[in-house]
Design a protein around this ligand. Sequence first.
Ligand SMILES: Cc1cc2nc3c(=O)[nH]c(=O)nc-3n(C[C@H](O)[C@H](O)[C@H](O)COP(=O)(O)O)c2cc1C
Length: 197
Amino acid sequence: MTGRAGGVAGRNDRKEVVMDTMQVITTRKTCRAFTDEPVTKDQIRTILEAANASPIAMHDFEAVQLSVIVDRKAIDAIDALAGANGGRMGTGPTYRAPVLILVSGSEDGMERGTNYCNAGCIIENMQLAATELGLGSGYILGVIKSLQQHPEMFAALGVDEGFVPVSAMTLGHPADADLLAGPREATTENIITHFVE
Ligand SMILES: Cc1cc2nc3c(=O)[nH]c(=O)nc-3n(C[C@H](O)[C@H](O)[C@H](O)COP(=O)(O)O)c2cc1C
């Protein structure tokens, strides 16, 4: 985003950045069809930097973990658990994305709900960073319930003991080149808002 450190270019893809903050926010859209083009390590690094800049309850970064999954078989295995009902495009809930990032929270945080709140912040930060890089992304809760019922899969997915996957995000190059071509119209109409004055 411009305005970051006076518009100084970052060490990777960010040097081509032209969007300001509201433009990134209004350009982000859920991507549900991806090409097979892989996401580069530099792009993943930028996405992870965005995740690591997220607000986290009590600044307790030890309560959250990420798994960056690029193993096709592992993504397909998660997809298969949820079944076709989880997806809208006939492709399953992860839409054959080349990357799936799991956000896991510590078991302690499940009751208070902080895990889900943390995950929401992390995923939005990652989606905005992806948008700025021209990458498609999507918040995918549709795989989480079924995955939580299979703790025997956690270790192979990089989910440590004592942690539970609470949200997921797809990442890849959008099949529709126009998806992120421009911002949507800014509005205050989508969410009913009560002013208490
Ligand atoms: C908590 C949460 C869970 C979501 N889970 C799914 C999901 O499982 N599958 C899916 O296709 N989209 C999912 N979405 C994406 C929403 O459907 C999408 O954000 C919404 O339709 C608005 O579209 P937009 O993201 O293009 O603005 C989820 C979004 C949020 C915030």
